[in-house]
Design a protein around this ligand. Structure first.
Ligand code: 13P
Length: 253
């Protein structure tokens, strides 16, 4: 059984004071006691968030890390630093980092190795852009991204690996992949993981969907057995809306 995982990616939104306000409003609204809930705020909010969530079941994650432990890398933060600050999870290779900050599949590979080494739960983001989907290249793109990102990483080390399939055309656009499209992509990714790291890891691997996840569509996405959770951008910034997402199963009882 894979534990579902609901992750908020706040991107570059909220100050420490605003993140503390969010937590105060959000915690009493959570009724989901079964799934893992993670919030990834901007790096400067991490200490506030770790403090504010200490007595709750909510985990705090970072949005990025550097693969070196320390060094002359202005503006970067290492795995050891985010662990020391209280993070348990980290997002790696988000499409915005690929698009605006030169992230490549091979830097994803280095960051992934560093995250696993430090005991973090990495959430590795992959997904195709619109032109690739329209050209029928989605599967090729996912296979290439996986092959490079997982190079040299053994199944034995990768128990905590989590993947987020985020079709770039669905991010912040209001266009969501259908549950079937997401499930098909997840099946391709799971097969690649089996090839790279073995069947057992592939069976246990948690795979999230990301891209315009909202309170209105979360239940139908989570109904797909291939979808083990969601990576949520815009709709995670408001406590009521993110609570409605994490409580997607409330109607199930
Ligand atoms: P939206 O939920 O705003 O589409 O963003 C998705 C995303 O990029 C999460 O990492």
């Amino acid at each position: 059984m894979r534990t579902n995982l609901l992750v908020a990616n706040w991107k570059m939104y909220k100050t420490p004071a605003q993140s503390a306000e969010f937590v105060e409003a959000f915690l009493p609204l959570i009724s989901n006691k079964n799934d893992e809930i993670v919030i990834c705020p901007p790096a400067v909010c991490i200490p506030t968030m770790v403090d504010a969530t200490r007595t709750s079941s909510v985990f705090v994650g970072a949005q990025n890390l550097h693969w070196e432990k320390e060094g002359a890398f202005t503006g970067e933060v290492s795995a050891q630093m985010i662990v020391a600050a209280g993070c348990t999870h980290v997002i790696i290779g988000h499409s915005e980092r690929r698009q605006y900050f030169g992230e490549t599949d091979s830097t994803v590979n280095k960051r992934l190795e560093a995250a696993l080494e430090a005991g973090l739960t990495p959430v590795v983001c992959i997904g195709e852009v619109l032109e690739e989907r329209e050209a029928g290249l989605t599967e090729d793109v996912l296979r290439r991204q996986c092959a490079v990102a997982f190079r040299g990483i053994s199944g034995a080390k990768a128990a905590k690996l989590t993947i987020a399939y985020e079709p770039v055309w669905a991010i912040g656009t209001g266009r969501t992949a259908t549950p079937k499209m997401a499930a098909d992509a997840h099946a391709v990714i799971r097969a690649e993981v089996a090839k790279a790291m073995g069947d057992e890891l592939a069976r246990k691997l948690r795979m999230l969907y990301g891209g315009s996840v909202k309170p209105e569509n979360i239940a139908s996405l989570m109904a797909e057995p291939e979808i083990d959770g969601a990576l949520v951008g815009g709709a995670s910034l408001d406590p009521k809306s993110f609570a409605a997402i994490v409580n997607y199963g409330a109607a199930r009882g």
